[in-house]
Ligand binder design. Structure first.
Ligand code: TEU
Length: 555
């Protein structure tokens, strides 16, 4: 035991409840389904579960549109089932983190209903309303999901802002009543025993005064007026003073477009414990932005990690992730899902758990689930993909879905939202009914049951690696140093505490690679590897395709 906060030693597992396990056959995953798989979760060796939103919601954005912050959506179960889940996890020393979506609510939230029908009432100013010509939005800001960020509401006769879907009106954080309402909600769940929050899109809360037009050529038009806005820190500090202060919780802020230089304001001595930046997963944006893809070099990926690792050496703490419910599957994106699925999935795991920071594993990553194909726009469920593609069709930027299909198949959020693959039975064992989104056709081969049967499986490797890391202070806290930064196939770094060192050696290519590495000692001991490499000391290091090893040595 150290005096470090628990979340610095933790490995977190993200569950997307809709797609994890369905207990009642309606085709949608639920809380009982999670309870039924708690042993699986426990056997992974993780310390905390982060649940994507389960609040009452019309589900236009799969729960990121909250209609009641204090109720569980009946799709997922009841408050009693929630309590049971929390207790079941706590009994096993697994903490529970919930997603909290406070930049916007659902348009079906009672606050919005009241706001649009009674402008002079107590909720009249809860959202960002502007009066004006119904044909002329108040400014040129765009929704992250494509098209204008404004919709004219006929009931109120005014425009409302929605940085995401039309069903996700932005809350007006300038209004102190909004701030206290949210703070009350957040405290309420803490009283129920919750261990922390993942704060959704939380760097968008403060908008520039006067809502001026944004650069029409920006990646997200208007972003300079709503990302890390003028009062953001003030709002987050207030949250921290009134809700987090003095609790033993973990608060991680999701912050799109966050720069490393800005990160320190939010963590360390800042209001949050952790942030999720996106620099490493945005690297493959093409010249046309998010809906364009470019290949990336390994040296670029290493440089981004290196920058964040070095920035957090003395204060702050990193999050480590390759996947979440918005990102495609990492083995398809950064590995080789066809020829070297086991090797590359485990190599990526070794990076994730080898770096310094808190690792977040997304459901299915631990069995090497892959991207799938989306032959038509009708086969896509995600509002982000559908609306962005539709907006491009409407403006004539593309003339058919087929034109953009390769990008969608690379990037669509649906890639990670297909049902969790438990076994080779109907619908991968996810549901006895019709799954809300099609199961990846590779489920007969890729599933938990088949992983359990293999001699060397991705799942076993994850379990072993998590156990190794959780018990190894040098892997948790050792100082990080990158070796051979410009190498385009090898990812090599050390983690050092005093004289105790781990050397993490990974080949991220499909070829055999050899290097003379002075830092690798002859008597270095392999602690874990995804090939059989018990006696493989240096200084000459040869790594098979996607081979990964963690060595222990003294320096
Ligand atoms: O995502 C925030 C965000 O900025 C997204 O636009 C993200 O960049 C996008 O999904 C592209 O990958 C959060 C949630 O994680 C996401 O699921 C929600 O849809 C969004 O907020 C709105 O609540």
């Amino acid at each position: 035991m150290t005096d470090r906060p628990w979340w610095q030693e933790a490995v977190v597992y993200q569950i997307y409840p809709r797609s994890f396990n369905d207990s009642d056959g309606d085709g949608i995953g639920d809380l009982r389904g999670i309870i039924d798989q708690v042993e699986y979760i426990e056997a992974l060796g993780i310390d905390a579960v982060w649940l994507s939103p389960i609040y009452r919601s019309p589900q236009y954005d799969n729960g990121y549109d909250v209609a009641d912050y204090r109720a569980i959506d009946p799709l997922f179960g009841s408050m009693d089932t929630f309590d049971e889940l929390q207790e079941t996890l706590h009994d096993r020393d697994i903490r529970l983190i919930m997603d909290m979506v406070v930049n916007h609510s659902s348009s079906e939230h009672a606050w919005f209903e009241a706001s649009r029908t009674d402008p002079d009432g107590p909720f009249g100013d809860f959202y960002v309303w502007r009066e004006g010509d119904p044909d002329q939005p108040p400014n040129n800001w765009e929704s992250a999901f494509g098209g204008p960020a404004w919709t004219y509401d006929d009931i109120r006769g005014a425009w409302y802002l929605h940085l995401f879907d039309v069903h996700q009106p932005d809350l007006n954080w300038e209004n102190p009543e909004v701030r206290s309402a949210i703070i009350e909600v957040m405290g309420w769940w803490f009283e129920k025993g919750l261990d922390g929050y993942r704060m959704d899109a939380v760097n968008l809360l403060s908008k520039s005064e006067g809502l001026p037009d944004g650069d029409p050529n920006g990646e997200w038009v208007g972003q300079e007026h709503f990302i890390n806005g003028p009062r953001l820190l003030e709002f987050l500090r207030m949250m921290s003073d009134e809700v987090f202060e003095g609790t033993d919780t973990m608060i991680v802020g999701e912050m799109p477009q966050l720069d490393v230089a800005e990160a320190h304001a939010f963590i360390g001595d800042g209001p949050f414990d952790l942030v999720f930046p996106f620099e490493h997963v945005d690297l493959d944006f093409g010249p046309g932005g998010r809906w364009d893809v470019r290949p990336i070099e390994l040296s670029e990926l290493k440089a981004v990690f290196d920058k964040w690792q070095r920035a957090m050496a003395d204060s702050g703490w990193n999050t480590l992730f390759f996947e979440n419910h918005d990102q495609p599957r990492s083995v398809s994106r950064f590995g080789d899902a066809t020829r070297y699925r086991y090797e590359s999935a485990t190599a990526l795991a070794t990076i994730l758990l080898g770096l310094r920071g808190t690792p977040f594993i997304y459901q299915g990553q631990e069995i090497g689930m892959t991207n799938r194909t989306f032959p038509s726009l009708q086969s896509v469920h995600d509002v982000d993909t559908i609306r962005n593609v539709q907006a491009k069709l409407d403006t004539g930027e593309i003339s058919s879905y087929e034109e953009i299909r390769p990008v969608i198949e690379h990037r669509s959020r649906d890639n990670s939202r297909t049902p969790f693959q438990w076994d080779d039975s109907h619908a991968a064992g996810f549901t006895t009914g019709d799954p809300w989104i099609a199961v990846n056709p590779n489920y007969p081969e890729i599933n938990v049951a088949s992983e359990e049967e293999r001699d060397a499986s991705i799942l076993d490797y994850y379990r072993e690696l998590i156990a190794l890391r959780s018990a190894d202070q040098t892997l948790i806290d050792g100082q990080y140093e990158l070796l051979a930064p410009a190498h385009e196939a090898l990812y090599l770094f050390t983690r050092t505490t005093g004289t105790d060192q781990r050397l993490v050696a990974i080949n991220l290519s499909g070829e055999m690679e050899t290097i003379v590495l002075e830092q690798l000692q002859e008597d270095a001991e392999v602690l874990i590897g995804n090939y059989d490499a018990s006696a493989a000391g240096g200084p000459e290091l040869s790594l098979a395709p996607y081979e990964a090893r963690i060595y222990r040595q003294s320096v």
